[in-house]
Structures are given as structure tokens and as C-alpha cells.
Design a protein around this ligand. Structure first.
Ligand code: ADP
Length: 493
């Protein structure tokens, strides 16, 4: 027998060895044949499988569709059909198959039997199920992020690597209308009604947060005003972060804009309040001091009254110093710290200040001295720098125990100067080093030791040094002492 010429044998061989499940089912539902692939797929031996009814190996949920299709086929309504159905494996597990069924007919066209082919798609189905679950998860996450994106109280903006606006939430779209009433082309760096903290100086392209973010910068709480009308201006604080792909390449940036108008107005009001109160206090205080001085000049007062006058005078002087500190802090805050720079001899200035404080230091048994060149002329606001040295040396003496020492050294630095004020005092704990320059900050040493002060001195010092374009640094160790290092550059450097 030649299998090539004998069609039945050829069919048997093909069916037997096909990787696809194959079966012949009689019109009465009896299995006539099933191949190895099909019995393997369903977990039976071929002989076992042919003993089973179709409904036994079909998932109940798919049975009626299967039967309907077979009925249509037998009724001659269709020539073949194809469905995906669930089979019940011998182990009880569900396996998925793509079933194709055709009706074989004899030469006269009468139905003979059903030819079924089943492709095991369990793995594919599992993958599809997993994919669908992953897609559903992704969709849920997308919706959650979308909801957060739109409901957070900050304006959010996403820009791509080239600074093109990719997405923004509704709140940011509102903010955009304030800053760019004439519209925006969606490209980072466009200038608009965006002002620096003085509320008047317009920001240039290079200063715009979106432009800076496009250049790869990251920053926190960059604050500015938006809008030309001072009455309706709004203040914003913006934070920028870069986005990168898994290889670390920049893909863009996210910017978060928080409206802080109320906070900024509150700060303004507080500063104005401090400024006006201290201004208003100055005039009556000057009068009080003047009259106290005149009283002190009288020669008909008893020693007791003179003693009381002295106390009143000392306290009025302290009050005046406090008021002038407050005024100065308020001015520095407003950016109104105007300098009157003239060439001045810093060396002489340091010597004079140390000399002026010597009596106070001696009373406390603290030794003071100064070292450095005989003269060193640079352009500074002499009054203000005097105040810097006075504040630093006063602190050094104030925070040094009897028996200690305070040393001021001066060093020229390429047109500028470096002034170091070193003491052997109580020192400053590491966690306070950053804060001592903040307004009204009083260190634990000052509080515990009940050393009088307002917490304004170093803030004033720092703002004067900054206004000169200089820097102030601090090194300190608790129990060993502190060094405040001020550098002032040559003017214009
Ligand atoms: P004040 O001396 O009025 O408290 P300052 O602004 O001058 O305010 O100083 C802030 C704080 O820094 C002080 O309260 C004190 O704790 C600390 N401090 C300043 N100078 C020194 C110093 N030389 N040694 C130790 N602590 C200091």
C-alpha cells in the first residue's frame, strides 16, 4: 500500500502526527477518531477520549454555543464554524482551544461526519488574560494619576526635553492666563507678566522657571509675582524636577506651581508692621533720651535719683538699639538696604571697634585684640561695616565666659578683605549653625544662659555683608568657641 496514493492512509498518518488536535465525530455524536495531539491536550489516552461525550470535556459555559453551531452545520446553514472554547482537562483544569469544525459529505452530498481541529491556545489565552489584567491595571493607574493631576491644589506642567509644553492641569492653565494674558506659544522661556519679588522687575527669558528647567536645572520654592497690577498680583512658588528614561537620559521636566499670594501678603504686612512700628517708636524715644540726658546734667539731683536716671537711660538706649535693629531688618527684607560706598580704611575701623568694646570686655574679664595690616583701604559703606564688626565682636564677648579671649584678624584678599572674629566662648551646636543668621533666632546657649539679645544681630550682619557682595561663614564647636569669617570683595568684583 502506498500511503501517497492511498488517500485514507495519507489522511490517517497526517492526522495521527499533526501537532494540532484532530477528531472525526459521527452525526450521532460518537467519536470515530481522535489524534494524539488532542488526547494529549485533554490529558487522556486516545482510547479513553473516544469513550467520552462531548459535553463531558466541554466547559458548561461554552456548551450551548458549541451545540448551536453544530446544529447549524448539520442543518446545512453553514459549511463550517470556528469558536474559541474551554475544555475540561482530565485533571479538572480548564484548557483553551480554537475549534474549527467542518462537515464532511459523501459524493451525493449527504453528511458523513464532523471533522474537528483544535489548536491548544491555553498559553496564548493565559497571556491574553495577563495582558488584559495588566492593561486594566495600567488604565486604573492612569485614571488615578489623572484624577490626582487634576485635583491637587498645585499647577502642574510637563515639558519635553526641548522645552515644549506637553501637558498641564486645569489649575496651571488658569495660572498661565494670569501670566500670559496675550496667550502662550507652548514653548518654555516665553516672557510674560512675571516679576521678581520686588513685584516690579520683569523676569527675563533665562530667569523663567520653565526655561531653567529646560536647561536641566532642578530647584525648590523659586518665588515670584505674576500680573502687572499690584492689587491683583498673585505670588507663586515653583519647584522643578527632571525626568529621565531608564538609561538616565533627560526626557523632560515637571514643574509644580503653588499659589502663595496670601502668605506673601501676610509677610509683607508683617514687615510693614515691623517697619512702621519701629519707625513710629523712634521719635518719642529720641525725645525721652534727650530729656533724660538733660536731666542728668542737672546738679541738684540726689545720688539715688541719678542712679535711677542711669537705669532709665540705659534701658532707653537698649530700646533705641532694638528699634534701629528692627528697622534695619525690615529695610533689608524690602531690599532697601542702600549702601553708601566710599573708600575707607577697614584696618583702622576694626581697631576702633575693638577698642570701643574693650571696656565691656574687660568688665567681663574677656581679653580682646586685633591683628592685620596697618591700613587697608577698600570701598565699603563704612557705617554698615562698622555695625557688622560691632555686632560680631559684641556677640563674641557676650557668648564668652570670663577668662576667655576674642581675636579679630584682618587679611587682604586680591582687592577685598577677609575679617575673622574668633572667640573661645560657649560655641554653637552643629544643628543651629544654619539658623543663627535667621531673624529672631536665639540659640540654645543664649536661652539657657539667659544671655540677653533679640536674635536680630547676625541677620543684620548677613544682610549687610550680602549687600556688599560678600560672604559670611561660621565654624564653631560647643565649649571651645566660634569663628565668624566675613569676606568683602573689591567693589564691582
Ligand atoms: P542675639 O545675640 O541677640 O541672640 P544674634 O543674631 O546676634 O542674636 O545671634 C543669634 C544666636 O547665635 C544667638 O542667640 C546665639 O545663640 C548664637 N551666637 C551668635 N554669636 C555667637 C558666638 N560668638 N558664640 C556663641 N553663640 C553665638
Amino acid at each position: 500500500m502506498d500511503p501517497i496514493t492511498d488517500g485514507a492512509e495519507l489522511w490517517r498518518l497526517t492526522a495521527e502526527h499533526s501537532p494540532i488536535g484532530m477528531a472525526l465525530v459521527g452525526l450521532d455524536g460518537q467519536w470515530l477518531f481522535c489524534n494524539r495531539a488532542l488526547s494529549h491536550m485533554l490529558g487522556y489516552e486516545p482510547a479513553e477520549l473516544t469513550q467520552l461525550e462531548m459535553r463531558t470535556i466541554t466547559h458548561p459555559g461554552d456548551l450551548s454555543e458549541n451545540l448551536e453551531r453544530v446544529a447549524s452545520l448539520l442543518a446545512g446553514e453553514i459549511d463550517s464554524f470556528r469558536i474559541r472554547k474551554r475544555y475540561i482537562h482530565a485533571s479538572g483544569e480548564i484548557v483553551y482551544g480554537d475549534l474549527s469544525v467542518a462537515l464532511a459529505r459523501d459524493a451525493a452530498g449527504d453528511p458523513l461526519y464532523l471533522v474537528s481541529q483544535v489548536l491548544d491556545v491555553t498559553e496564548q489565552q493565559d497571556n491574553e488574560t495577563r495582558l488584559a489584567a495588566a492593561a486594566a491595571d495600567t488604565e486604573l493607574e492612569r485614571r488615578t494619576l489623572e484624577a490626582i493631576f487634576e485635583t491637587v491644589g498645585v499647577g502642574l506642567l510637563l515639558i519635553n526635553r526641548d522645552g515644549r509644553y506637553e501637558r498641564m492641569n486645569r489649575l496651571h492653565a488658569e495660572f498661565m492666563r494670569l501670566a500670559f494674558p496675550d496667550g502662550h506659544d507652548g514653548l518654555a522661556g516665553k516672557t510674560g507678566e512675571v516679576y521678581h519679588l520686588d513685584g516690579e522687575t520683569l523676569m527675563i527669558r533665562e530667569e523663567m522657571p520653565s526655561y531653567r528647567a529646560t536647561r536641566g536645572e532642578e530647584f525648590d520654592d523659586f518665588t515670584y509675582w505674576v500680573g502687572a497690577d499690584p492689587l491683583t498680583q498673585a505670588a507663586f512658588s515653583v519647584t522643578a524636577r527632571q525626568m529621565r528614561d531608564p538609561s538616565g537620559n533627560r526626557t523632560g521636566a515637571v514643574l509644580a506651581y503653588q499659589e502663595i499670594t496670601e502668605l506673601m501678603r501676610a509677610i509683607q504686612v508683617r514687615n510693614q508692621f515691623v517697619a512702621s512700628v519701629s519707625h513710629e517708636l523712634r521719635t518719642p524715644l529720641t525725645s525721652v533720651l534727650g530729656h533724660l540726658e538733660m536731666l542728668g546734667d542737672r546738679d541738684d539731683l540726689s545720688a539715688e535719683v541719678l542712679g535711677q536716671l542711669d537705669v532709665a537711660q540705659r534701658n532707653a538706649n537698649r530700646l533705641r538699639a532694638l528699634v534701629s535693629d528692627l528697622l534695619q531688618v525690615a529695610q533689608a527684607q524690602e531690599g532697601n538696604l542702600e549702601l553708601q560706598r566710599r573708600p575707607a580704611d577697614v584696618a583702622a575701623l576694626v581697631r576702633e571697634e575693638v577698642e570701643a568694646l574693650r571696656p565691656t570686655a574687660e568688665r567681663k574679664q574677656v581679653v580682646t585684640d586685633a591683628s592685620g595690616p596697618d591700613d587697608l583701604i577698600i570701598e565699603i559703606d563704612e557705617q554698615r561695616i562698622r555695625q557688622v564688626i560691632d555686632n560680631l565682636v559684641t556677640n563674641a564677648v557676650k557668648y564668652t565666659e570670663p577668662g576667655g579671649a576674642v581675636h579679630v584678624s584682618l587679611r587682604p584678599t586680591g582687592g577685598g578683605v577677609e575679617i575673622a572674629v574668633t572667640d573661645t566662648g560657649i560655641g554653637i551646636p552643629a544643628d543651629e549653625l544654619d539658623r543663627v543668621f535667621s531673624r529672631f533666632f536665639r540659640g540654645s546657649g543664649a536661652v539657657v544662659g539667659q544671655i540677653p539679645g533679640t536674635g536680630l544681630g547676625l541677620n543684620i550682619v548677613a544682610s549687610i555683608v550680602r549687600a556688599h557682595g560678600g560672604t559670611i561663614g561660621l565654624q564653631s564647636e560647643v565649649g571651645r568657641g566660634s569663628t565668624f569669617l566675613v569676606t568683602l570683595p573689591a567693589k564691582g568684583s
